[in-house]
Design a protein around this ligand. Structure first.
Ligand code: ADP
Ligand code: MG
Length: 240
């Protein structure tokens, strides 16, 4: 049984006979527990569509997504809510999707409350612990996203995603808005989480260099098809 598996996924957008566009054409791959899998491909090749389908936000036209031995459901039910807590996502630009009015400690605590995890005191403790791991000073907890740098906001987004102890973290071009030292810092944090929490990663990027440092296996997507798979030399974030 695979930990996470996309089986023969196809997806089109648009209206039949008018502007129908086939975006994914029979994509299949799996991710093992604690594995970091890279997904590389040119813009428009279907990477974000794969992320949305893996997350359960979008429904494929055909094929299925299996997670921990079960096929994920697309109806609004309990199973889907559980899927949402186990698979988390970090998007490209945190400033766009973090609530600008919510202080960052509350931002990190919000998903735990939404999934009914722990008491308020436990949620506070976990938020503070994650802020510490991600190098966000305690005093910044009451600041709002607009008062932080892009790199700090992305670390808030990562803390928020990790707060519900996901099994799989999908990062879609999550580091593009950061400078190199920030990227290295975050990659090191992700590698530590992978080891210590047994976190699996689907790391989507057009930056081959970053993916080679972080991932145990890399898939190359082109025009909605997986063209090849590579195993890079041992992952090591310090080799910049
Ligand atoms: P990538 O992330 O690799 O750049 P995407 O998965 O975002 O690629 O997009 C692949 C193709 O699918 C693009 O041509 C894009 O315009 C199209 N597409 C993505 N989402 C939608 C949507 N909701 N409606 C229509 N077309 C879409
Ligand atoms: Mg994309």
């Amino acid at each position: 049984m695979s930990f996470f598996e996309l089986q023969n996924i196809s997806k089109s957008y648009g209206r039949a006979g008018i502007d129908r566009q086939s975006v994914l054409k029979g994509v299949g791959f799996d991710i093992a527990g604690s594995e970091a899998l890279g997904l590389i491909g040119p813009s428009g090749s279907g990477k974000t569509t794969i992320a949305r389908i893996a997350l359960g936000m979008d429904r494929p036209d055909s094929g299925r997504v299996r997670f921990m031995g079960k096929t994920i459901s697309y109806s609004r039910n309990r199973a889907k809510r559980i899927h949402f807590s186990r698979v988390q996502m970090i998007w490209q630009d945190p400033k766009v999707y973090l609530n600008p009015f919510l202080p960052i400690r509350a931002t990190i605590m919000e998903p735990m409350a939404a999934f009914g995890m722990g008491t308020k005191k436990e949620r506070l403790r976990k938020a503070d612990h994650l802020m510490e791991i991600l190098g966000l000073p305690k005093s910044s907890g009451c600041l709002k996203p607009g008062q932080l740098s892009g790199g700090q906001c992305q670390r808030v987004a990562i803390a928020r995603a990790l707060s519900v102890s996901p099994k799989l973290l999908i990062c879609d071009e999550a580091l593009v808005s950061l400078d190199l030292p920030q990227q290295v810092k975050i990659i090191k944090i992700l590698m530590t989480m992978q080891k210590e929490m047994g976190l699996s990663l689907l790391f989507i990027s057009h930056d081959t260099k970053i993916v080679r440092r972080l991932c145990q296996r890399i898939l190359y997507l082109d025009q909605g098809k997986i063209k090849r798979t590579r195993v890079p030399a041992a992952a090591n974030p310090t080799r910049y």
